[in-house]
Design a protein around this ligand. Structure first.
Ligand SMILES: Nc1ncnc2c1ncn2[C@@H]1O[C@H](COP(=O)(O)OP(=O)(O)OP(=O)(O)O)[C@@H](O)[C@H]1O
Length: 590
């Protein structure tokens, strides 16, 4: 082996060694880096653990605090609960004491009752107990009956006295009729508390009082009471209503003028009360129970006349309507004999009474005859449907029955008088006609195009020339079915119906004004502000016995109108006119 070592080899060897060292160092570095990374990881884990431990510690502290709070609150709630339990215990003790005293009372009472039962049983078993009880019962029933009878007699006496007072003072009698709820009310009024029937606010409280519950949204219910001579409720029949009116008809034959007038809002039952259901509405045509005051009063009048055979009476009928402030004669006939509404005028005579010249008066001998004429006239009367009433009367209807009491041959005279009047109306030329009347008759046959009705006769009809001299006592029964007051917003009318409505409301307010002036005893009473008041002047302000039949609807929907009608009735009752006067002088027929 050579001793000489090459330097390059030594260097190469050293490089190799160094490279080896470097590699091992690099490996070591790699190991250390790995270790370092592991240590970092471990450190991170430790840090997380440390943080969690801190949080746990905080949570533990909080838990401690919460526990302390809960304990405090529980303690105070427990204290409150305890005090409540104490109070409840006290209440329970009180209730128990009450119960004990009540039970004791009950026990005592039941003991007494048992004793009574036992003693009654003993009496019963002794034989005369049942009899005694029966006797006691019948005695009680008798005394109840007696009391009822005494009460009835007192009430009748009170009414008679009141009527006498009314008569002496010349007061206007006011009766009121509250109609039942009808199917059309349900369509107007919203249902209350889920019930399908509308709210009733106007009621017949007693036989002379009407009670009204005035409810306004947001304010408490106030009750108003109205007193009248007689009040009829929804259950009162047509017969019952007429029974209260009937005594007035006797006055007619005793020489007094009588007027019965139905007043009220539209759909309140005026036509039903005055005329009644039409015969065709009734299942049995002979059934008179649904007839109103007009047919019943006419029938009664003829009954009264037939009861006085010693006297001789004649009855004449006239039927007029006041439509749009025009007076129409509904019994007038044209040249062919067909019924037509002929325009007439109302005049004030020299004696201050109102009169309708040339008005058709038909001589009648029975109720059937009168009703036939009225039925024909009703076909001419203005009607039209409104939102409130599907067959609303658009005019005031006035049926007048004039009764003449006279000697035996007066019937023939009256017939002759009627023929003369009819001749006058048909334009026949008799030599004793006044030229004025002849002019009126000829102008009627060629009426001006501006007016839908023949022109009226302006002067009183002439008396017939026959020289029979009679002084009959003539009394008038006026039966009035007024058109209903209406709120245009509710009735939904427009066009011609709106005009009708405003005419109706104006004439009714003229009627109110007349009553107001009479109540205040003003020197001037504005009768002439409307045809209606002018025509009824004698009945309202004169010496007739006047009965106003107020008709009212019972429901909340019509409350304002009902209050208005009841107010009208109350004002009418306050009027003090001259006491009714007997007619002892009549029109002289010469
Ligand atoms: N007491 C009552 N019993 C049964 N039905 C009634 C009663 N009153 C009114 N009616 C009915 O109510 C409806 C309206 O009545 P009615 O025609 O008499 O009203 P009105 O007051 O004359 O109305 P208007 O002024 O609009 O003519 C009718 O169908 C009628 O039959």
């Amino acid at each position: 082996m050579p001793l000489f070592i090459n330097r390059d080899q030594i260097f190469a060897h050293q490089v190799h060694l160094l490279e080896h060292k470097l590699r091992s160092k690099e490996e070591r570095i790699l190991e250390l880096e790995t270790e370092n990374a592991l240590l970092h990881l471990r450190l991170a884990e430790c840090m997380g653990k440390l943080r969690r431990d801190q949080e746990v510690e905080i949570l533990a502290k909080r838990r401690c605090q919460l526990q302390t709070n809960v304990q405090k609150r529980t303690r105070s709630a427990l204290a409150e609960l305890l005090s409540e339990v104490q109070a409840l215990k006290q209440d329970l003790r009180d209730v128990f004491a009450l119960y004990v005293s009540f039970a004791t009372d009950l026990e005592n009472q039941s003991k007494q009752l048992l004793e009574q039962v036992a003693s009654t049983a003993v009496q019963v078993f002794q034989g005369d107990g049942i009899q005694n009880l029966k006797d006691q019962m019948s005695a009680l029933e008798r005394s109840l009956q007696e009391e009822k009878e005494r009460c009835r007699i007192e009430r009748t006496r009170r009414r008679v006295l009141h009527n006498t007072l009314v008569e002496l003072r010349g007061n206007i009698r006011v009766h009121c009729r509250v109609r039942p709820i009808l199917p059309f009310d349900c369509s107007h009024s919203p249902s209350r508390n889920g019930s399908s029937s509308p709210e009733v606010v106007v009621q017949a409280f007693s036989d002379d009082c009407v009670l009204v519950n005035c409810t306004k949204p947001g304010s408490p219910v106030t009750n108003k009471m109205f007193e009248f001579e007689r009040v009829h409720g929804p259950e009162d029949s047509q017969d019952a209503v007429f029974e209260e009116v009937k005594p007035l008809l006797t006055s007619l034959l005793d020489g007094y003028n009588v007027c019965i007038m139905a007043y009220g809002q539209t759909g309140s039952g005026k036509t039903y009360t005055m005329i009644g259901s039409q015969p065709e509405d009734s299942a049995d045509p002979k059934d008179n129970s649904q007839q109103g005051i007009i047919p019943k009063a006419t029938n009664e009048l003829f009954n009264l006349i037939s009861e006085k055979p010693a006297e001789s009476h004649t009855v004449e009928v006239s039927v007029v309507e006041v439509y749009n402030n025009e007076l129409l004669d509904l019994l007038a006939k044209d040249e062919e004999g067909a019924s037509v509404g002929v325009k007439r005028e109302v005049i004030t005579t020299s004696t201050g009474t109102s009169e309708v010249p040339c008005l058709t008066h038909e001589l009648v001998e029975s109720c059937a005859e009168v009703m036939q004429l009225i039925s024909a006239a009703l076909r001419l009367r203005a009607h039209s449907p409104t939102l409130v009433h599907r067959d609303s009367s658009r005019s005031h209807l006035i049926v007048t029955l004039t009764v003449s009491s006279k000697s035996a041959n007066a019937l023939a005279l009256a017939r002759r008088l009627q023929n003369v009047r009819q001749d006058v109306q048909r334009g026949s030329k008799r030599e004793w006609w006044s030229p004025r009347c002849r002019r009126a008759a000829s102008s009627r046959s060629s009426s001006p195009a501006s007016s839908p009705y023949p022109s009226p006769c302006q002067s009183p009809c002439p008396s017939p020339r026959p020289s029979i001299s009679q002084t009959p006592i003539r009394t008038k029964l006026q039966l009035v079915d007024l058109a209903g007051s209406e709120c245009v917003g509710m009735s939904g009318v427009s066009g011609a119906a709106l005009w009708e409505s405003s005419c109706i409301n104006r004439s009714l307010s003229a009627l109110s004004d007349v009553l107001g002036a009479l109540a205040e005893q003003r020197p001037h009473v504005p009768y002439r502000n409307s045809k209606l008041t002018h025509l009824l002047q004698d009945s309202i302000g004169g010496d007739a016995k006047l009965l106003v039949m107020l008709c009212v609807s019972p429901t909340q929907y019509f409350l304002t109108e009902s209050l208005q009608s009841l107010g009208f009735g109350s004002r009418a009752r306050q009027i003090q006119r001259e006491p009714p006067r007997r007619k002892n002088t009549g029109i002289k027929i010469k």
